[in-house]
Structures are given as structure tokens and as C-alpha cells.
Ligand binder design. Sequence first.
Ligand SMILES: [Zn+2]
Length: 317
Amino acid sequence: MTAIPYTAGLHRLAGDTFAYLQPPGTWGFSNCGLVADGDQALLVDTQFDLPRTRALIDTIAAELPGLRIGTVVTTHANGDHCWGNQLFGDSEIIGSAATAHGMAHEVPPEALGALSGPHAPDGPLGDYLRRSFGCFDFSGIALTPPTRTFTGRLEVRVGGRTVELVEVGPAHTDGDVVAHVPDAATVFSGDILFIGDHPIMWTGPVDNWLKACAWIEATGARYVVPGHGPVTDLAGVREFRGYLEHVAEQADRRYAAGVPYWQAATDMPLPDACRGWGHRERLVITVAALYHQFGAPQAPMMEVLTHTAAAERASAG
Ligand SMILES: [Zn+2]
């Protein structure tokens, strides 16, 4: 645990290195990072919609006046980390090549708005999407992919400081990148870490995700800012890695036994450490991805999400 409170807004971690936290951290409530030197700054991720990204910009301007955000890092292609990119039109936007490609293949903002708005289809899936995403405003979003892409590793300067970007995907998505700030002993992990809720594995493979956790642990970082949830430390990363190992092993056994992925996700025992985590139904998505890694044909996304909504309804009822 760290001493950084889990409250909305900008929190100073070390020197001019900040986490922008968005409790409660559930679907779409993503965190950002800010690294500054003098009047130069680098932002890690934007928000899910334009009003929330404007709130981010206003908070930074009010608390750190005069800062110029010359660089935006997009950790991965999920909209809750990059659909505010268009409000940084003068900045260089950096992401992996796989993220730039992936952004064009996500469910587009208008479609997500239709699926989760007041006219969303009735039934458990429409109900789930409405409750998860109905509070966001998906209007006016113009997908703005990275203007500079890389593969592997890239060092970026912010004034006199260095930020190390490392491509650790495919894991959560095809192009995950983590940002390491050595002089602040800080890692911004994007959705390689969810803290307090079950994570979602859209793509895998899980081995890359485990390696990504091990890489973060090897940095010796004091602060690890997850894509969702409170700031954590290396013990939190180890606990999360243990969860992934456990889920992969349990899924493997059930796959070998011929258990359908949605049933495997709901009946597997979980480690004590994650008893209080929210969104257990997300395991349906993760186990579907694991089954595909084990050799099963890829399950259609709408089928997976329908089982996810059903699992949530069953656990709530
Ligand atoms: Zn996210």
C-alpha cells in the first residue's frame, strides 16, 4: 500500500510526477499520469470522453499553471485511455504501432453510445452496458491515433527528465505500453494493472502479461499507477501476478475437462487476496481469451459479452 489517497484528481507522487485518479475505477474510470520538468510535461493517457478530458485539462491548468503538454502517451487502444486525444492536437501522441492499429478496430464511440444510451437494446446485455457506460458522453469524439509509433522500447525526454516506454503487449490488448519514470521510481502501467476490480484480458497471451508484471517488479518502483484503481506498490503487482497465474491454471484445467468458458469463469475458486474485488463477471472475458490461447476457436465478442452480463446478473441475484 502507498500513502496516496484514492480520491479524484491530481496527486503528487514524487517531485513533479503526478497521478490523476478517477475513483471508483470501474468500467471507463481510468487513471492518467503526468511527468513535468519546468514548463514541459508528458501526459500518460487521456479520458473516455471529451467532458472528462476537459476536466483533466482544467485540473492540470488550475493546479500547475503554465505547463505545456508537449507529449501524450497512449498506453493502449481502449477508448477510456485515448478517446480524449483530439483535445491535444498540438502535442506529439506516442503509442505502439499495434495500438495505432487497434484504435481503428475498437467498437467506435457512436456505436458504444448507441449500445449504452437510453435506446440501448433491452435484455441483460443492454442493461449491463447501460449501467457500465451510460454515464459517459460519447458525442463529438474523433479518433486520434498516435502521431508517432514505435515497437519495443522508446526513451522520451521531458525537459531534462527521461521517461522509458516499454511495449509489453499483446497482453490486455494488442499493443500495451507501460511508462517508467526512473527518477521518480514510478511506473504508469495502463491496464496491465487493475487494482480493486478483476482485470479484463481482451487478447492475451497471459504469459506476456505475467512477464509485464515481472518487468514492473524488476524496476523496483515505489509507486505503481494502475489503469484503474488506487496507486499501488510492488507488493500489489506481485499479488496481481499471483491472481493471473491462478486464473490461467484454473482455466487450463477446465478447458482440458471440456467445461464451457463461461461456466469455468463462474465456478473457479479464487485466491483470498481478491475476495473483495468487484466485477467478477469480467472473468468470462478473460477465460474466453485464455481458452482461445489454449486452442479453442475465438468466441464472438457479442456472445462473450452476453455471457458476461448473465454472470453479473446471476452473481447479483
Ligand atoms: Zn481501461
